[in-house]
Design a protein around this ligand. Structure first.
Ligand SMILES: Nc1ncnc2c1ncn2[C@@H]1O[C@H](COP(=O)(O)OP(=O)(O)OP(=O)(O)O)[C@@H](O)[C@H]1O
Ligand SMILES: [Mg+2]
Length: 480
């Protein structure tokens, strides 16, 4: 017997027989349901395969059942069958996630086996892709979180124990340290990966809207509620909800969240019946919740519910080892996005980056690199593209920023280092005269227009120097 299951949901017994006999019994195991309720019973009994669904069922519109199937079951494809296939119905069913559409006419028995065959192919393909994705993630679930400092690798090792569980995780860390990225990664590497990840920023939503955002509302629950709306908890059903900035949650909503955690159900604002939800909760905050608990600003019982598995993400300046690898990662990504050929950093630029304190953590580093890549004119990011205050601070702290403060006599060495980074292929080379021009231009400023002195320093005759200066627009333009 085949393991390809087909479920026909239709109350027309003749049609059920016709379909069963069309789909060769050797290829498929066919069962039927005469109503939406029977169809749902089969699904909750674990049916996986292809469903042939009639739109007119005795108990409920087939379209409703379609919506429930698509939202709740992964290993299922639905082919709609109908006697009256209007364009609108086809469009609506497709929008709601139907795989294909068959009209009940003479051609049906020809098209049916093809459509069912394709639906199984699609199912098999998608389960292979998710196997593959899980295998890839299995190798390194944290691949998208760039880090190599021991603090972060320890953190990944700890987190790897909770990826596949429902354990409530709380991410603690300063702004920009990567809390949201980590929350997504935990979700995407676990068994809920194919289900929704719904993030809500408790600080970004006005207090009077937050409740309905979280729990949904009924029509007419308050002024402006013109239709009922699902809340984030419902939208995250079977997946993960990310409660960002949980420390900003008002006390009365904290009580409601606690109730959701205890009853595993939510109630719409203005509604009465509880709606079951199965969500994994990940929360995050940059605040010190313990102190908030002591001060009575955060409920202690909720704190313990949420902080079952607390994880502290260190500040970037406490894991300087991550700076070069993050800088390199952002440089490559942004250069690709901007279509620029930037390949690396000068040593001095990297020194400045490693020296900085990053109050804005990884986000700040990302912004600095973005700006630098946009400004870059060569193939390397140099001090010129970094924010001035950073370079100055590095200098003040005595970092050996050779690009900025070379010792007299270092010039030839430095120049060859610069040449190495500027002239990377024969095509990068320029005429020797252009190098001399740059030298003269800079020199004229340094000697304040004293041609005799410059001719000595550069080892050029005064006559040559005068000629070159006048070709470059004259003494005045060079000094000003
Ligand atoms: N380890 C990392 N590897 C790659 N990108 C990172 C890393 N950490 C953070 N980022 C990037 O830095 C930015 C800030 O990270 P994220 O939004 O996750 O921080 P956050 O802690 O949630 O900050 P906030 O408290 O300000 O919301 C994002 O663009 C994120 O992709
Ligand atoms: Mg965030």
């Amino acid at each position: 017997m085949s393991d390809r299951n087909v479920l026909i949901v239709d109350d027309d017994q003749l049609l059920v027989e016709l379909v069963s006999s069309t789909l060769a019994p050797d290829d498929y195991r066919v069962q039927s349901a005469a109503s939406a309720a029977e169809g749902e019973a089969a699904l909750s009994g674990g049916f996986q395969g292809v469903i042939l669904l009639d739109l007119r069922l005795p108990d409920r519109p087939g379209m409703d059942l379609l919506e429930r199937i698509v939202a709740g079951y992964d290993h299922v494809r639905v082919i709609i069958m109908t006697g009256h296939a209007t364009v609108e119905a086809v469009a609506e069913a497709t929008r709601r996630g139907a795989y294909d559409f068959l009209s009940k006419d003479e051609g049906m028995t020809t098209r049916l086996p093809v459509s069912v065959h394709n639906a199984f192919k699609d199912l098999e393909m998608s389960s292979r892709v998710s196997d593959l994705e899980r295998a890839v993630h299995g190798q390194d679930p944290f691949a998208q979180v760039i880090a190599r400092s021991p603090q972060m690798t320890d953190l990944f090792a700890t987190l790897s124990h909770v990826l596949d569980s429902r354990v409530t995780v709380m991410l603690l860390g300063e702004s920009g340290s990567g809390k949201e990225l980590l929350a997504r990664t935990i979700h995407e590497s676990g068994e809920r990966a194919s289900r929704p990840f719904v993030a809500i920023n408790c600080a970004g939503i006005p207090e009077h809207l937050l409740e309905s955002e979280l729990f949904g509302h009924e029509r007419g629950a308050f002024t402006g509620a013109i239709s009922s709306k699902k809340g984030k908890f419902e939208l995250a059903d079977k997946g993960t909800i990310f409660l960002d900035e949980i420390g900003e949650m008002p006390l009365h909503l904290q009580a409601k969240i606690l109730r959701v955690l205890e009853s595993r159900s939510v109630e719409h604002v203005g509604g009465e019946k509880p709606i079951q939800v199965d969500v994994r909760i990940i929360s995050a905050t940059h605040r010190d919740l313990r102190t908030m608990v002591e001060e009575g600003r955060f409920r202690e019982d909720l704190y313990y519910r949420l902080a079952v598995f607390p994880v502290m993400i260190p500040r970037l300046s406490d894991r300087v080892g991550d700076v070069p690898i993050l800088a390199d990662h952002f440089m490559r990504r942004i250069a690709r996005e901007e279509g620029k050929k930037v390949l690396g950093f000068t040593t001095a630029a990297m020194e400045v980056l490693e020296n900085h304190d990053y109050p804005g953590n990884v986000r700040e580093l990302q912004n600095i690199i973005s700006r630098a890549v946009v400004l870059a004119s060569g193939s390397q990011l140099t001090l010129r593209e970094l924010p001035r205050p950073l370079v100055d601070a590095a200098r003040l702290q005595g970092a050996a920023i050779r690009e900025v403060s070379p010792e007299p006599g270092d010039a030839a060495d430095l120049l060859s280092a610069v040449f190495e980074s500027v002239f990377q292929t024969p095509e990068h080379l320029i005429r020797a005269e252009e190098v001399e021009d740059a030298l003269i231009r800079r020199g004229m400023k340094l000697v304040n227009g004293n041609v005799t002195r410059l001719s000595r320093l550069l080892g050029l005759s005064r006559a040559t120097l005068y000629r070159r200066i006048s070709q470059m627009g004259g003494k005045r333009t060079l000094i000003d």
